[in-house]
Design a protein. Sequence first.
Length: 319
Amino acid sequence: MSHTNSSKFLTAVTFLGLTFSAFTASVIFDRVSWHQAAHLKKTEYAVTIPLHPRIYRLLPLGLVAPATDWLWLQSLTDPSLEHVKRTVRAPSFYYLEAVTLIDRYFFDAYLHGGNFLLVVKDDIEGARLLFERAVKVYHNEIEANASAHSELSAQWTRMWQLEMSLGYLYLFELDDLLKASAAFTEAGKHANAPDFLKKLSERIAKKGGLFEVGLRLLQTMRENAKDPLVQHEFKKKQESLFLSQYLYDLNEQFKLYLMAKPSYQRQLKISRENLTKDWGLFIRDRMVRLVDPWGGKIFLNDSGVVDSTTPRMRVFGIK
């Protein structure tokens, strides 16, 4: 090999080496959430962390779609059944994020993947990231240039469901009424959205309105969920929220009963003994059944609040 050819060869090898090194470094140090996965590698979830999306983009064009489908299926077969801590992303989140970074128009991954994280894994932050990314893609690309994305627009006709889920997350998990109202308003603008979405803000402001809105939304989300596991989780949340609503109404009735008593109005602080006595009179006068709809015992707890022995979960910030 001549000196000139040898020099060219070494230059080419050096260039390829530097390119590969730069690519590897960009993958490792990319600010995408793969740097957050490091802590998971020390747990039993290590095998569930996918390769960085840039790796999949190196595949021949015909293999990118099958790879994306594989990642999507992997996200739905998350082996861990328990909820994750608020500071930790669910393993399935990384697959869902990979899918939506490789194919940012994969609507089902945003909607059903986000709902899976929200209700099954309790990964609120992961669900929020997916939902908000979908909103940006829709408004900045698909809606903004509808003529160029006519085929995609047809695939995104269920956008109202995603914005409804996002509004639900804002309201019941993040306690952000302003963002929730904005999300519900956007959801209600879609021609195929249910009529009740257009009046959610008014219902939320009503006394006890959060329960009405929560139960209605859970029913709609349950009906539109495809995964039986997600449907089951929605049903459990509905049952818990219904019991919470039942106890809320009973507490409100008891408060009104007390407020109507002159003796109660004259006291700055009511004793436990008197409160227990009034609770007994309330039960007698209003013929209150001391069994909740699920068979649990109704009682007055140590804080003077009407409660039940039926176990219930915290449903989107309400218990």
